[in-house]
Design a protein around this ligand. Structure first.
Ligand code: MG
Length: 406
């Protein structure tokens, strides 16, 4: 099977750097989308690809093992270098082997197959909204516009180990494979991607067209696309043989401007979300602390000492379980900022909460800031969405507090 590839990575319209990287190293093709404040994203995505490339060229391990090693490399770097702490990256890789393509995938970059005019997605997004769709909490349509659609449930480099999705696809002559970052899929609907893939025969022209359309739609994120065209014909086509890890675009910082919506650097660390209680949320809101939702996500602490007695009284009426399941707060778990269900208190030594997600944000970074000093006591939130917003706010505040130029 001959493969013709096209590839492009673009900074987009609003970002100040390109945190995406890609690798075209026939028969291996990879896209990675980094995240993390202060160049962390660029370091994460390029380090991941360098690791995969090095092992691939040395013929070490399977594709999944190479990705696992990339996870370790990014994680270790982020542990050693404070300026990139908490960084991570998505990674979607395709290794062509005859008429089979092995895919390895972590995060929300995607692989699609165009066959007979039909576009099908070959990867599953490791995002919070995808999980919410799976659990029936929101619809696919709601997921597309959800404010937290970029929150990842899995990424490379945030934990010492990572689960890598693997898929094998049989390809035939005429098939076209697309690997891309969410800067494309977040801006351009699948229908339009399909149309461009269907009507633009040259793979390089097609990736260029995809990038153009994403930029025209706003280009709020970095855009990366790699296309592989499969052809059984006898004509040997030259593959691109050298690695193309895009250099990190550098754009001079100009006047401060309004931050565009951007990928959240929150990574949920493999803690399963407990089954939502049946209709717990439809109960009338009973809260001992019924203050307004956190202003701009910066929540306030619940007054545990004063409220507890009242609260226990309330619990007796409402039913402990249902009540706790409808409560949320942001606190600290294993040294990281985490979202809890329940209340930040215990009765007779029994905790009245459970961790729902543990982010990659070190709690000490947050607690170094005056407004989060008592994060350990918990910041209450009226619902899950508000808890996510608080975490986002913490992340933004931590990121902007990082000394620039370190
Ligand atoms: Mg992106």
């Amino acid at each position: 099977m001959n493969v013709r590839a096209g590839s492009a990575s673009d900074i987009g319209q609003v970002r100040e750097g390109n945190e995406d990287s890609f690798l075209v190293l026939a028969p291996l093709y990879v896209v990675a989308d980094g995240m993390g404040g202060h160049r962390g994203g660029e370091v994460a995505s390029s380090l991941a690809l360098e690791t995969v490339q090095r092992m691939f060229q040395a013929q070490q391990g399977t594709l999944a093992e190479q990705v696992t090693e990339a996870n370790k490399a990014v994680f270790e770097r982020s542990q050693q270098d404070r300026s990139v702490a908490g960084m991570g990256t998505t990674l979607t890789a395709a290794l062509v082997d005859g008429d089979r393509v092995h895919l390895a995938h972590v995060g929300d970059s995607r692989a699609y197959l165009l066959r007979g005019g039909e576009l099908s997605m070959l990867t599953e997004d490791h995002t919070l909204v995808h999980r919410m769709v799976m659990e029936g909490e929101i619809t696919e349509a709601e997921a597309e516009t959800h404010p937290h659609r970029s929150i990842l449930t899995r990424a490379l480099g945030v934990d010492p180990s990572v689960q890598v999705d693997e898929t094998d696809v049989q390809v035939a002559s005429g098939d076209r494979l697309l690997l891309c970052s969410d800067g494309l899929t977040g801006m351009v609907p699948d229908g339009q991607i399909r149309e461009i893939l269907e009507t633009t025969s040259d793979p390089q022209d097609a990736v260029d067209a995809l990038v153009r359309v994403a930029n025209r739609a706003g280009g709020i994120d970095n855009i990366t696309a790699v296309i592989l065209d499969f052809d059984e014909g006898g004509i040997e086509r030259s593959d691109t043989t050298e690695a193309q890890v895009p250099h990190q675009a550098t754009v001079e910082r100009t006047a401060p401007r309004v931050e565009p919506p951007r990928r959240s650097d929150i990574t949920v660390v493999g803690v399963p979300i407990p089954e939502p209680p049946p209709k717990a949320r439809s109960r009338p809101p009973v809260r001992a602390d019924s203050r307004a939702p956190a202003r701009r996500g910066r929540g306030r602490r619940v007054g545990i000492g004063t409220g507890l007695t009242v609260m226990i009284g309330v619990l007796a009426f409402v039913g402990l379980r249902g009540y706790l399941d409808s409560q949320w707060f942001v606190g600290v778990s294993n040294g990281r900022v985490a979202i809890f269900r329940g209340i930040p208190a215990e009765v007779a030594g029994i905790g009245l909460n459970s961790v729902v997600v543990e982010t990659s944000i070190p709690a000490e970074d947050a607690q170094a800031l005056p407004f989060y000093r008592e994060l350990g006591d918990g910041i209450t939130a009226p619902d899950r969405e508000a808890a996510d917003a608080i975490v986002q706010q913490i992340l933004d505040d931590v990121a902007s507090a990082q000394p620039a130029g370190s």
